[in-house]
Design a protein around this ligand. Structure first.
Ligand code: FAD
Ligand code: MG
Length: 334
């Protein structure tokens, strides 16, 4: 049996699968998290997975007070904060992606996230002055890591770390770690669109993961990525947004001008092994835009991408196994 996991936020991965798969869904990390274990799995494995995700949220969220990230932010400009090893590792990886993306991916976007409040109670378009005032705080180079002490220091008061573009991927990798350690053979983890497949399906058919149509709120697919165990992670302008005067303001910011990133792209999907890497890269490439984003992807080993443009054309890197199914879209060259 083939299954179709979907990169979308609103429903669990198997919403379109007619069979009742052994799947569990919980609301964590501010999104819908679902885990499908195809083997006869004990209830306790589901519990272990969700409590692990919960543990990561309780270390890395900016929305819960007292998390390591919250403590780092509270001490911005004042002191370094010692954090859990895994928080340190994710921050370190985030800074790596900031560096290789030339700052397009920037884990210090927190002040912009707070200012725009896109996913919050009071989303609004800030004034140019307000944006200009916070831009100097968006500065990944001002994050100081101390490996020996496992501490993180934000050098300027008002800086604010936000791991929202990378920590979901990390949590997905950690979920799969538990699945592997439990000796299970096949599984899908879908954390709000960060999809990770594990193992080989019983009938040896490839995994199939649907890519959401960016223009369709009902969550139809433009096509399917297929392949062996992999992660498929999408960043798009349709995931979280509000509209004012007919303009869509979404949640992925350009650290360079402080506005939602604008380009010919509507969505970017990254296909690779590590979900943390894919999460960071999908955001980075979305901000960079097609040309520079594709160049970044092609500079990395084992990373493929599918680019969906505003004009409904789609491009992909040479190794991306993507099959188009929606005739409103056109797959252009390689
Ligand atoms: P991605 O492209 O992967 O990430 C976009 C997010 O990253 C933005 O929302 C912003 O936070 C940040 N970002 C924006 N621009 C950049 C940039 N240029 N570089 C780097 N980062 C950028 N959501 C809630 O509504 N409530 C919660 O309580 C909540 N808690 C969370 C806790 C944790 C630990 C994590 C990891 C996420 C949490 N979220 C929460 C957010 C939510 O799960 C997703 O992270 C969010 O929807 C964006 O994910 P995405 O895959 O759509 O986009
Ligand atoms: Mg991301």
């Amino acid at each position: 049996m083939s299954s179709l996991a979907g990169c979308r936020k609103a429903e669990p991965a198997h919403a379109e699968t007619p069979h009742a798969e052994p799947s569990r869904t919980e609301f964590l990390l501010g999104t819908v998290c679902s885990v499908t274990l195809y083997d006869q799995a004990e209830d306790s494995i589901y519990r272990d997975i969700f409590s692990r995700i919960d543990e990561i949220e309780n270390r890395m969220s900016i929305n819960i007070s007292g998390t390591d990230v919250d403590r780092i932010n509270a001490a911005a400009g004042v002191s370094a904060v010692q954090v859990h090893d895994e928080v340190f590792a994710v921050v370190e990886r985030a800074l790596h992606y900031a560096e290789i993306s030339g700052g397009a991916f920037d884990p210090t976007v927190g002040p912009l996230v707070a200012l725009w409040d896109i996913a919050g109670e009071n989303p609004r378009v800030p004034s140019h002055e307000e944006i200009d005032a916070v831009l100097p705080l968006i500065s990944w180079r001002d994050v100081e890591l101390d490996r020996d002490n496992r501490s993180v220091f934000l050098k300027r008061p008002g800086m604010r770390l936000d791991l929202g573009a990378i920590a979901k991927g990390y949590a997905a990798d950690e979920a799969v770690e538990i699945i592997g350690n439990a000796g299970l053979r096949q599984a899908i983890v879908d954390l709000g669109g960060n999809v990770l497949t594990y193992g080989v399906k019983k009938d040896l058919s490839p995994w199939r993961i649907g890519l959401q149509n960016p223009g369709d709120g009902r969550g139809s697919y433009v096509g399917v990525v297929h392949g062996a165990a992999m992660t498929v992670v999408t960043s798009g302008d349709y995931e979280r947004f509000f509209e004012e005067d007919g303009i869509r303001y979404h949640h992925i910011f350009s650290p360079f001008d402080g506005y939602p990133a604008r380009s010919s792209l509507s969505a970017v999907t990254i296909i690779t092994a590590s979900s943390m890497d894919a999460d960071a890269l999908s955001t980075a490439v979305f901000v960079l835009g097609y040309e520079a984003g594709r160049a970044l992807v092609e500079s990395l080993d084992g990373v493929e991408a599918v680019f969906i443009f505003n004009d409904k054309s789609i491009r992909k890197t040479a190794g991306a196994n993507f099959i188009l199914s929606d005739e409103d879209f056109v797959l252009v060259g390689d």
